[in-house]
Design a protein around this ligand. Structure first.
Ligand code: GDG
Length: 493
């Protein structure tokens, strides 16, 4: 799920357990409600799974309240309409701690983003990772038929594809999309159980990454650490233990039309109350950052660039406000707690260095913004700063462009993001750790002539609308159909 930390597209919710009957009520008569996902992958997948009459298998924590149709935690979605089945895998606290906060987010996340010094390889975490992958693989095997397509999302399931491959019919298509970067072989050598992960992933018929460089690195790692595998660089296939995996690059897009529409709706996308609450001068030039509070997103480096910009440009004091929205994430992990402390103390330090009685240069919030407010902020922001050190793709940059309906904002985009491959040529490129140049780009953005801003934004909008979420889904499914047909023909191209 693109916004992290929750696993299902639709959450059928009732205050109690109990069986659901055909009109979408629990057996004691209470209505089951469904929270619509607000955006991203889950919102895109929901209609597809509805059309396919499929099964969505997702993690639910032990305390999730939802109506079950049977003793295997299944519920019909939408309630009463029965378009697809949502099956929840109930994980114990220990499983979540070791599988999710352990191997997934203390090993794979830092490793794939190149932060090898942050990898914490605790005992039992990998075993739990394997166990949970097995539980999902078993649930898939119970549902999959010869014609099924299985589509796995992300780094939480590196072992499951091989397990699934070994227990479903040969003609079932197994595919996966890996939403974060793939590391270089030099980094991957630090991965505990690296070989098992490669073997697991090569159980897929199709493996998707956002951009070419991750595909290339994945093939480099297979070559180096799994010499028995046959790598065909030109076709981008790997054959290992009877399975041929096709590796493709499909950069994920956003639901551009929805961001555009929501941003145009002046009444709901109104940010004046937020400006009032934080005492932001509505006349000011606004810089904006929107991220999960994660060390990969480069927030301290961005604050350093804002500080340097203010040092070098006293004329902008009182005239420029930088709004940073940082949504807390994975706060159970100490590295994230320390990172949050660092960000908060840097904001405070910079504000006390430059702030005056009626102006704070940085407005910082950890509140989760409604989608309407987010769209309002995107539309209002003169400069959007997307400066992750490393980021698989980055949806925020694309959402900003889609919501920039006045066509007059500037995008500063880190070369460490996957999105830079598609948008880099018309954004202002930054190296997030080069503070001087970053500050200079900020200055260039706030001083850019209107015609240049508009012409860059025009091109960016065309790209984001052409390669939107629907395009991404369609491209993935076209590939899935293609590998399915290839498989039936015995692996020919
Ligand atoms: C992973 C990869 C890849 C954030 N704060 C609020 C809010 N958000 C939403 C944004 C955006 C999403 O969260 C963040 O997506 P990103 O792509 O920027 O980053 P990750 O969460 O790290 O996602 C990433 C993605 O998967 C998809 O493959 O692009 O590289 O790391 O949609 O809008 N939304 C609302 N309020 C907030 O306060 N409503």
């Amino acid at each position: 799920e693109s916004t992290d930390d929750s696993s299902a597209g639709s959450d059928a919710d009732s205050s109690d357990g109990g069986a659901e009957d055909s009109d979408g009520r629990t057996d004691d008569g209470r209505a089951i409600t469904v929270d619509e996902p607000t955006g991203g992958l889950t919102a895109g997948l929901d209609p597809i799974v509805q059309e396919s009459d499929g099964t969505w298998i997702a993690w639910g924590d032990g305390e999730a309240d939802f109506a079950v149709t049977d003793d295997r935690n299944r519920v019909a979605v939408p309630p009463g309409e029965d378009a697809y089945t949502l099956r929840r895998i109930d994980l114990s606290e220990e499983a979540v701690e070791s599988y999710y906060y352990g191997f997934s987010n203390r090993v794979l996340w830092p490793l794939c983003h190149g932060f090898t010094d942050l990898v914490e390889n605790r005992s039992n975490d990998f075993e739990w990772y394997r166990t949970v992958n097995e539980r999902f693989a078993d649930a898939v095997a119970e549902n999959a038929t010869a014609d099924s397509t299985v589509w796995l999302q992300d780094y939480h399931f590196a072992l499951a594809p091989r397990m699934i491959r070994d227990s479903v019919p040969q003609s079932t298509t197994v595919a996966q999309f890996w939403h974060i970067p793939w590391p270089t072989p030099g980094t991957f050598q630090h991965c505990p159980a690296g070989r098992a992960l490669l073997e697991g992933l090569l159980g897929n018929d199709l493996l998707g990454f956002h951009v070419d460089r991750y595909v290339d690195r994945f093939l480099d790692c297979v070559r180096q650490y799994l010499p028995a595998a046959q790598v065909d660089r030109e076709r981008r296939t790997v054959t290992y233990e009877g399975t041929t995996t096709r590796i493709v690059a499909t950069p994920m897009g956003v639901n551009a039309g929805t961001y555009d529409e929501d941003a145009r709706d002046r009444s709901s996308a109104d940010v004046s109350s937020l400006f009032d609450r934080y005492e932001i001068d509505p006349e000011n030039v606004i810089g904006l950052g929107v991220d999960r509070l994660d060390y990969s997103k480069g927030i301290p480096e961005r604050l350093a660039a804002v500080e340097r910009f203010l040092e070098c440009n006293p004329d902008w004091h009182g005239e420029f406000t930088f709004i940073q929205s940082a949504t807390p994430s994975r706060t159970e992990i100490e590295t994230y707690q320390r990172h949050g402390d660092l960000v908060r103390s840097e904001v405070e330090r910079i504000n006390s260095r430059f702030g005056t009685d009626d102006w704070q240069p940085i407005v910082y919030t950890e509140d989760y913004l409604s989608n309407a407010t987010l769209c309002g902020l995107y539309r209002r922001a003169d400069v959007m700063v997307v400066s992750p050190l490393v980021d698989g793709m980055n949806l925020v940059a694309q959402e900003y462009v889609a919501a920039s309906v006045d066509g007059d904002g500037s995008l500063l985009l880190s070369e460490g993001t996957g999105a830079h491959e598609t948008l880099g040529s018309h954004a202002l490129t930054i190296d997030p750790i080069d503070t001087d140049d970053f500050a200079a780009q900020l200055e260039a953005a706030v001083s850019m002539p209107a015609h240049e801003r508009q012409s860059r934004m025009n091109t960016l909008r065309n790209r984001v609308f052409d390669r939107d979420l629907e395009w991404w889904m369609k491209t993935q499914f076209d590939w899935i159909r293609r590998v399915h047909t290839d498989g039936r023909r015995g692996g020919s191209d």
